[in-house]
Design a protein around this ligand. Structure first.
Ligand SMILES: [Zn+2]
Length: 181
């Protein structure tokens, strides 16, 4: 299986499946968080890693790296990782080294996928972490029902087309642990 990463949610899906295939538990977060949230929470060996994924047309800079370091604190996670299909600026790479952020560029990701692609775990995770609307193929995004105060996955094409597909926001999600106050 050779990845063809055309969309952000495909990048997220490959990264999630690689972590899962390596034996970790993976929790999808809301996706496309504009506020520096995280895309994945990964639990392995009793430790948590926050993972951010960017599918940009340019290298990721230091601002985004700072955000994932902040998220590592918010989630009280031990580790932080950042996946980018267009790599990282020099400044961002220096920042990552100083702050212990694991950087996953496209070649690293492809090499990891190549290791795991034929495993049952990878295939299972790859299906599980799909964010594609089964009705129309658009992305599924986290939405919030203001009336019932519950989150759900909704089709991103809602409003643009008449696709109204939704799914429950189930246990793929683990909310951050709150800091003791
Ligand atoms: Zn749809």
């Amino acid at each position: 299986m050779v990845p063809e990463i055309r969309e952000w949610f495909e990048l997220e899906r490959y990264v999630a499946a690689c972590y899962y295939a390596s034996g970790a538990q993976v929790f999808l977060q809301g996706g496309r968080c504009p506020d520096g949230g995280v895309d994945l929470l990964v639990l392995s060996g009793g430790e948590c890693t926050v993972v951010q994924c960017k599918h940009w047309q340019k290298a990721v800079g230091v601002k985004e790296l700072r955000e994932v370091v902040g998220a590592r604190e918010d989630f009280r996670a031990a580790h932080a990782a950042f996946a980018s299909t267009k790599g990282f600026t020099d400044e961002a790479m220096r920042f990552a080294r100083r702050n212990g952020v694991e950087l996953i560029d496209e070649s690293t990701l492809l090499a990891t996928v190549a290791c795991f692609a034929d495993t049952i775990d990878f295939k299972e995770a790859f299906d599980y972490f799909s964010r594609q609307c089964p009705e129309c193929g658009s992305e599924l995004v986290k939405r919030f029902n203001e009336v019932t105060k519950t989150a759900f996955w909704g089709c991103a094409a809602f409003g643009k087309t008449n696709c109204k597909h939704t799914e429950p926001y189930d246990r793929r999600v683990m909310e951050p642990r709150r800091a003791a106050s």
